[in-house]
Design a protein around this ligand. Structure first.
Ligand code: AHM
Ligand code: MG
Length: 336
């Protein structure tokens, strides 16, 4: 009899990983499962976003008598809540909050990890039904277990991430996460309400054909960046150019597509904003980790994103990220 292969759920997969690593405590797996739970809750609300006007406006009380929160505040509360109530996380920092939040209960203080996240990235796209996402990075704390988490736990280089991931709330909802062992993608199966392993061992195709950048800012970019964009548009048999331009304006959706299909995503500095728009800790580091583990590259144009020593929680950085060959073409242009 032909028995079809069992599809692993996120929970089954993370437990299986723990069983393969000698001396693993399971804390990281528990943290990833907590994130999966928050993602499912956020997904339900994201799917209802268009109904806000009939169920109650943001800031009002809805028909069930509940306060209607902005979705990004709701998402922030969900991710913070599961991590605080779990057994693996000593504190969080979020793009939504001015300061980091150490968890001051005895169980959390004993935990090994801190988590930094952007609870709902691309939220300007919610009103028009375009994909949005959550991005997260997990670090082993540098302060002593048993004490309260400190700022140094949160200001670590991206290389120190033990895991990073994102959730894309799109035509289907996917959770992708990476550890040094590899990157795996899980699609939410609405019939059982579980993330199921759909994209095992994701590798970023080395030779992409898509470039993603906000063309409206073209004349705001450095001349070398402009010249790389011109290369992307040139007919060239050796590179397969011209490349196709795709820019959704939701980084999670843009980088996810390029990770699967191959491509480069750029958010360069501009004349007005030399450091660009994207946040090192909540947006760039997690993606740099995932794309690097999957075989691609990520830089700020001068150094690897993962090697930048953060000095502030909300610092911004230019970002160039994607397929190895396209990144090398870009680096050659920037080095001229
Ligand atoms: P946000 O954190 O305020 O949602 O902004 C981040 C988003 C990214 O997802 C996206 O790539 C970028 O902003 C788009 O910005 P722009 O409209 O300037 O091109
Ligand atoms: Mg964001």
């Amino acid at each position: 009899m032909n028995i079809s292969r069992k599809v692993l759920t996120l929970d089954e997969y993370t437990i299986q990983q723990v069983r393969q690593i000698p001396n693993a405590t399971g804390e990281l797996s528990a943290l990833l499962r907590d994130i999966g739970l928050a993602a499912k809750r956020v997904n339900v609300e994201v799917n209802k976003a268009g109904l806000v006007d009939i169920l109650g406006d943001v800031g009002s009380v809805n028909v069930q008598g509940e306060d209607v929160k902005k979705l990004d505040v709701f998402a922030n509360d969900q991710f913070t809540g599961v991590l605080q109530h779990g057994v693996s996380c000593a504190g969080i920092a979020s793009e939504e909050l001015d300061n980091y939040v150490p968890f001051d209960d005895s169980e959390s203080k004993k935990s090994k990890y801190v988590c930094l996240f952007d609870p709902l990235d691309g939220s300007a796209n919610i009103d028009v039904n375009v994909s949005i996402g959550t991005i997260f990075g997990v670090y082993r704390r540098v302060s002593a277990k048993g004490s309260i988490a400190t700022k140094e736990d949160f200001l670590q280089k991206g290389t120190q991430q033990v895991a990073a991931g994102y959730i894309v709330y799109g035509s289907s909802t996917m959770l992708v996460y990476g550890t040094r062992r590899g990157v795996n993608g899980f699609t939410l199966d609405p019939s059982i309400g579980e993330f199921s392993l759909s994209h095992p061992d994701i590798k970023c195709p080395p030779a992409g054909k898509m470039y993603s950048v906000n063309h409206g800012n073209f004349f705001q970019y450095d001349k070398k960046v402009q010249s790389y964009i011109n290369i992307c548009q040139k007919k060239d048999k050796s590179t397969g150019g011209p490349y196709t331009q795709r820019y959704i304006g939701s980084m999670v959706a843009d980088v996810h597509r390029n990770l699967i299909k191959g491509g480069i995503f750029m958010y360069p500095g501009t004349l007005d904003k030399p450091k660009g728009k994207l946040r090192l800790l909540y947006e760039c580091n997690p993606f740099a980790f995932i794309v690097t583990v999957a075989g691609g590259k990520a830089t700020n144009g001068i150094q690897r994103i993962l090697d930048i020593q953060p000095t502030e929680l909300h610092q911004r950085t230019p970002l160039f990220i994607g397929s190895k060959n396209m990144m090398e073409e870009l680096e050659a242009e920037l080095a001229k």
